[in-house]
Write a protein that binds this ligand. Structure first.
Ligand code: NAD
Length: 495
């Protein structure tokens, strides 16, 4: 059977209503209320999820706290925890296609990308942290001979993981992997519009042997479940990925409650800088187009600003427009689709409003700009290129989180650096040049957490991912992610 046939067999599979997962038990919200889950592919109703309340969230936090205090998970030998987490990854792998299709029906990402970035990368991430569990040591400080200074790493307690809709499994795994590997308990709060595959991933964790209460899932509204987590006196860490507006609220809630740690992975307005000396402009244009238009631009690190050296501006925009026009937008469950659906109607409306504002402020739509495939009942938009935008324009300053690229030009390296750094964000960037020294200088000068050189996108779990400025703090991925989920404890021993 071809992969497409297998996908098609799953595309209309019934999805049962999903409850909350608290203390190892699946059940309804205490109010009995549910939220309807709409597919962005065609606007159809997929199923319902439980509409968690503040009371439900408190129950989940209490369960996580009990699990932490009685050491049912953190007290296990590291090798035993490793084995369970590896089994979890195996269970996910066994139903990889079903997880990917369920996720795509829920969030609209094109299946080709979803297979790699969603279950694919989530499985790799869980394995990476599982394998590290019994390879992370404490430290002995270089003290004088009459004392012994030991540095222990201890699990912190209850972690609230709050996840967005663009890559629920991958981003979920970035939090769950290191938090659980270090022995913490977790309350997971999926996005309202992409919860289904993440709930399944959590169920598989329990099936693999993660004890009840160690991983709880509360679905529902951000302003109810998310607020209850962020204002709780009994949550120790918030591990968040999402918008800057929500990140700001989390910091306020932390300050107003127990000063819990807030690790924030927020939005971006990442500059992809193309110098005239780039080796292969056609390739740079094709990769840059994919760097903004895959997953219809719903990628936090998307290269949503393109800075092109004056001398090649027109030629490069022509190449880019060709590449954008050739992108196949449509049915996310078709393996040949290159850009799937916009996750929800509100986001689609917001994308279109940004295009209107860009034009009103003096920008030109060089490519795309419109909603398409409305007859499907789903939410689709053309890959869109805006030229002529200047640094003060909204389209240069604000994250669209859609398939909209703003192109500007620069005079020289210094001008490129100034323009690239002139936003509140600092998530990612790109540099295209054949000059090795320039590439290194640009890596140093761009105020971002990630810089791609002669490519855009694709860093794996071995490297950290995080932003500077208003793109957030702390890092997901790599062994550095452990730092978010442990306390360092010093033992100072007189000999
Ligand atoms: P969002 O902030 O609206 O929602 C993210 C999560 O926060 C959801 O689970 C939501 O229910 C919850 N939430 C909403 N209000 C809350 C509140 N008051 N308190 C607590 N939780 C609350 O973001 P989104 O629309 O789901 O995702 C898009 C945003 O995420 C974009 O800005 C994008 O750039 C960003 N993002 C960043 C990264 C990264 O790694 N830096 C990755 C993916 C997405």
């Amino acid at each position: 059977m071809s992969d497409q046939t297998k996908i098609d067999a799953l595309r209309h599979a019934p999805l049962s209503p999903r409850g909350l997962l608290i203390d190892g038990q699946t059940g309804p919200a205490e109010s009995g209320k549910t939220d309807t889950v709409i597919s962005p592919i065609d606007g159809s109703i997929l199923t319902t999820t439980a509409a968690g309340t503040a009371g439900d969230t408190e129950r989940a936090i209490a369960s996580a706290r009990r699990a932490f205090e009685d050491k049912r998970w953190r007290g296990m030998p590291p090798a035993a925890r490793k084995k369970i987490m590896l089994r979890w990854a195996d269970l996910m792998e066994a139903e990889m296609l079903a997880l990917a299709v369920m996720g795509v029906r829920n969030n609209g990402t094109e299946i080709g990308m979803a297979l790699k970035a969603e279950p694919g990368s989530a499985i790799a991430t869980i394995r990476y942290y599982a394998e590290a569990i019994d390879k992370v040591y404490g430290e002995i400080a270089p003290t004088s001979d009459d004392v012994l200074g030991l540095i222990h790493r201890e699990a912190i307690g209850v972690v609230a993981a709050i996840i967005p809709w663009n890559f629920p499994l991958m981003i979920g795994a970035w939090k769950l992997g290191p938090a659980l590997a270090m022995g913490n308990s977790v309350v997971l709060k999926p996005s309202e519009t992409a919860a289904l595959s993440l709930i399944r991933m959590a169920e598989l964790a329990l099936e693999a042997g993660i004890p009840p209460g160690v991983l709880n899932v509360v679905t529902g509204a951000g302003k109810i479940v998310g607020e209850a987590l962020s204002t709780s006196m009994d949550v120790d860490v918030i591990a968040f990925t999402g918008s800057g507006a929500t990140g700001r609220r989390l910091l306020q809630a932390s300050a107003a409650s127990n000063m819990k740690r807030c690790y924030l992975e927020l939005g971006g307005k990442s500059a992809n800088v193309v110098f005239a000396d780039a080796k292969n402009l056609a390739e740079a244009a094709a990769v840059s187009a994919a760097g903004i238009f895959r997953n219809s631009g719903q990628v936090c690190v998307a290269g949503s600003r393109l800075l092109v050296e004056h001398s090649i501006h027109d030629e490069f925009v022509a190449e880019l427009s060709k590449a954008a026009a050739a992108i196949k937008v449509g049915d996310p469950l078709d393996l040949t689709t290159q850009a799937g659906a916009i996750n929800n109607q509100t986001q689609l409306d917001q994308n279109l409003a940004y295009v209107e504002t860009a034009q009103a402020e003096g920008g030109t739509v060089a490519q795309g700009g419109k909603r398409i495939l409305q007859e499907t009942g789903g939410y689709y938009m053309e890959p869109t290129i805006i030229t002529g935008a200047t640094p003060e324009h909204t389209i240069i300053q604000k994250e669209v989180f859609g398939p909209v690229l703003a192109v500007s030009s620069f005079a020289d390296e210094a001008d490129a650096i100034t323009q690239a750094n002139a936003t509140d964000y600092g998530l990612a960037g790109g540099v295209w040049t054949a000059d090795l020294s320039r590439a290194h200088r640009m890596v140093r000068e761009l105020r971002t957490g990630v810089v791609h050189v002669n490519t855009y996108g694709g860093p794996d779990v071995t490297v950290p991912m995080g932003g500077v400025k208003q793109s957030g703090n702390g890092h997901d991925k790599s062994l550095h992610a452990f730092e978010k989920y442990v306390d360092l404890k010093t033992a100072w021993i007189k000999l």
